[in-house]
Design a protein around this ligand. Structure first.
Ligand code: AMP
Length: 511
């Protein structure tokens, strides 16, 4: 049956017995499948009582909780557009998102209600309600008065389900518009490709404002009717303790390096595990191999992005090409997934031979509908024949394995979260006494990468690196703030006057 509403597609995967546990939380709570169905119905009925225009944006900046998941499902049920925001974002960042997306409803924590509501009402938002991570706040109070039965609207397959804000080199965040069909087709394809089993149990320790935790992990569990062991945040000790009760873990490479640091990680605690998946940032081959040695499991690395959901994956099951073995290769992100066309091209857009590094372009039912209200970006980032230019550089080998070699946009990925140097540079440049700055990535054993800022002072001004970083912390979410800062007398430039970031990366790595 071809469901166009994503909620209906996910709902198809729920087990027949809705009284079974769907989610067990680290706060000791158990939610049944029926709780998810009824809770999201009540929220959906409340949303409908507001008579918002169809496809209204619902912006949500809260801590991780099952109630946020229910709100997401409620938005899908009503045909509204879910817009998750990292709880670390500060006032200026939220002001930008709210002005850009014009949400009809903003959900924030009770603690932030004062400033969030001010910013939101100024931007024309009609409703601001609150939700904390202990089931408190005005959102649930209002939904409590509504029926727990709700029929999802029939969505057109190109109706928007979510907007995920990402960034560009200019530092301005872009809202990637994902449709019901983008998300349901990717979820159904991954269900088969990753060979979800009836008795799979997923450890969910990722944030849910991002594609990895919200779409890949949650959709996977829901569409397969699998239980989730829900961690409000990643804590290596707690995840280790849950491994004997689980079969699946999805994580960023930092999860794996932190778990490897625990002496208790061994083959015995992983004996019941079926699959370890890693993505969002490159996994070091060293981590991949150490994991194999310690646990006997081979991590499956996959590659995707906010604009496309999942694009490539190492094989999960036996593959005829390898004589019936399932060959996952460290340092590779695997093959283009079924339905995804992936090509590697040069600067002129011409296909490159195997092994040659070029720009990765993709096409498929998973590729987003474009950037929210940015027609000029859509014109730039899609080719004439409909391929999306990912901004990643990579290679393809003879067998079809994709390797990511770098990011054309100089993205820094710290702990699995993207940090865009241009945005940090802009914030630094706005600080008193700063003439110019350049931020590059420095490899880091735990976070994968951290930012390293080079700052040029205005004439006659003496700058203190510590003070600059402290000032940045008041302007930006903590994960974006560089871990290192050096005040320099000049920035290296090429003949065209562009700052040479490769030179800076070398300087940073030698420090
Ligand atoms: P996001 O939109 O936040 O999901 O970030 C997407 C970007 O993360 C991609 O464009 C890649 O640069 C990077 N990325 C995701 N998965 C991987 C991976 N397995 N290896 C290397 N880079 C990755």
């Amino acid at each position: 049956m071809n469901h166009t509403n994503l909620y209906s597609a996910l709902r198809q995967g729920f087990p027949a017995d809705l009284t079974q546990t769907a989610i067990e939380t680290d706060q000791g709570l158990a939610y049944s499948w029926s709780d998810l169905e009824r809770g999201s119905a009540m929220l959906a009925n409340w949303l409908e009582s507001l008579s918002l225009p169809p496809a209204s944006r619902i912006a949500v900046q809260t801590e991780k909780s099952v109630e946020v998941l229910m709100l997401y499902l409620a938005c899908l049920r009503c045909g509204h557009v879910f817009l998750p925001l990292n709880p670390a974002y500060q006032q200026t960042e939220i002001a930008y998102f709210v002005a850009n997306a014009e949400p009809a409803l903003v959900v924030c924590t009770p603690a932030n209600f004062g400033w969030v509501s001010k910013v939101a009402f100024q931007a024309g938002t009609r409703y601001v309600v609150t939700l904390d991570d202990q089931r408190g706040g005005s959102l649930l109070e209002r939904a409590a008065h509504h029926s727990d039965v709700h029929t999802p609207v029939i969505s057109q397959s190109d109706d928007l389900a979510a907007i995920i804000y990402t960034s560009g080199t200019t530092g301005r965040s872009k809202g990637a518009m994902l449709t019901h069909h983008n998300l349901s087709s990717n979820a159904l394809m991954l269900k088969a490709y990753w060979d979800w089993h009836d008795d799979d149990v997923l450890i969910h320790a990722l944030p849910i404002f991002h594609v990895h935790g919200l779409f890949v992990a949650i959709h996977g569990a829901l569409i397969n009717g699998s239980k989730m062991l829900w961690h409000s945040r990643f804590d290596a000790e707690r995840v280790l303790a849950d491994l004997p009760r689980a079969t699946l873990l999805m994580g960023v490479p930092t999860f794996y390096t932190r778990l490897l640091a625990l002496p208790g990680l061994n083959a015995q605690v992983c004996a019941g595990m079926r699959l370890f998946i890693s993505g969002s940032a490159p996994m070091l081959v060293d981590t991949f191999e150490s994991w194999q040695q310690r646990t006997g499991h081979t991590v499956l690395e996959r590659y995707g992005m906010s604009e496309t959901v999942m694009l490539t994956s190492n094989p999960c099951t036996a593959d005829e090409r390898f004589g019936g073995a399932s060959k996952r290769i460290g340092g590779s992100v695997g093959f283009p997934l079924p339905g995804v066309s992936l090509r590697i091209v040069d600067d002129q857009g011409l296909p490159l031979a195997c092994g040659e590094v070029g720009s990765i372009q993709v096409k498929g039912p998973n590729v987003f509908a474009g950037y929210w209200r940015m027609p000029e970006k859509n014109a730039q980032e899609f080719t004439a024949d409909g391929y999306f230019i990912t901004g990643d550089m990579g290679t393809l080998d003879e067998l079809g394995y994709v390797r990511i070699v770098g990011r054309s946009k100089d993205l820094i990925i710290s702990g699995g979260l993207n940090v865009y140097p241009a945005e940090i540079e802009e914030a630094l440049n706005n600080l008193p006494g700063v003439a110019e700055s350049a931020v590059v990535a420095l490899p880091h054993a735990d976070f994968g990468e951290v930012g390293f800022a080079f700052v040029l002072a205005r004439a006659g001004v003496e700058l203190q690196p510590d003070h600059l970083l402290a000032a940045l912390k008041t302007k930006l979410a903590n994960f974006k703030v560089p871990k290192h800062c050096r005040v320099v007398t000049e920035l290296p430039r090429n003949a065209m006057g562009k700052v040479q970031k490769n030179v800076l990366r070398e300087l940073a790595s030698k420090s």
